[in-house]
Ligand binder design. Sequence first.
Ligand SMILES: C[S@@+](CC[C@H](N)C(=O)[O-])C[C@H]1O[C@@H](n2cnc3c(N)ncnc32)[C@H](O)[C@@H]1O
Length: 340
Amino acid sequence: MALWSRMLRTLLSGYGARRGGTCSWAFSSWRAHPPLAGPLSPTGLASHWTEVFKKRGIPEARESSEYIVAHVLGAKTFQTLRPGLRTQPLTPQQLQSVQELCSRRLQRMPVQYILGEWDFQGLCLKMAPPVFIPRPETEELVEWVLEEVARRPCAVQARGGPLVLDVGCGSGAVSLSLLSQLPESQVIAVDKGDAAVSLTCENARRLRLQDRIRVLPLDVTLGGSWTHLLSWGPVDLVVSNPPYVFHQDMEQLAPEIRSYEDPAALDGGEQGMDVITRILTLAPWLLKDSGSIFLEVDPRHPELVGSWLQSRPDLHLSLVAVRRDFCGRLRFLHIQRSGP
Ligand SMILES: C[S@@+](CC[C@H](N)C(=O)[O-])C[C@H]1O[C@@H](n2cnc3c(N)ncnc32)[C@H](O)[C@@H]1O
């Protein structure tokens, strides 16, 4: 996993908890920070904005200011700034850019949207609100899928490479990282959001992966909408990081999430299961006999999904493995076809 995406993990991973403050005070108070005195080096400027962010209660103050200063100077991280640059005063234009970007952070905009790009599995993806920002945990979902393909190539891989269905592709993070690491694979990526469909297409073109992906606007909860997926034949794998937040927990999400990301990317209904159960209901129609489903879920879901599957023996699906994320929470499910 890329270091710079790990560094901001606490803000967005697990969708973060609300940590004090609201957008309204941040909007009105950003101009009240102390004025900058004299020529400032990147180090001085990053420290200045770290203090401003801390005073305003902005989470991850140091990381936020360093990412922004580094971005304006053309680097990905502060640590990778050329040593000579770190002590050189910024130009008035650069100072102005830092000021503008930091004012967005004071409005609780996530750093990923401010920078307009973010790394996922070593790929640099364009980010644009309100399309969901890929989280570091999802890199672990991708790693599990890759492990499984490597471990059981015959079971999960068609001749020439697996055909994968990614439900809820967002920015294309899961689809494109699988394509880039499985050179023979092909992906069908679907999302109900037009902005997500466009961003996945754009990221596929930027990464020159567009020839092996089909991106479709599709709401899997709408009856019959999925039937034309069958025209590509059964798939080896269904992979999804679906909306799985319990509806009553939506209010507890951090301001960064509530104000900027599409609620449809997060809200999974009363028990966070609306899209999950839809995927599981459709999967037997879409999967090959030996096919597998890999899902990212809430820690309460392994038990809920296990019970739900037992109540639906007609689907012939079994929960075969559950994995923890880097925080030790049970977050990933492997479900297999187990019958006719
Ligand atoms: C949690 S985001 C995951 C995005 C991306 N896969 C990732 O991991 O970064 C869930 C995505 O599912 C999409 N989505 C939500 N409900 C859907 C539905 N009923 N049918 C298809 N896509 C849906 C959302 O628009 C959103 O892009």
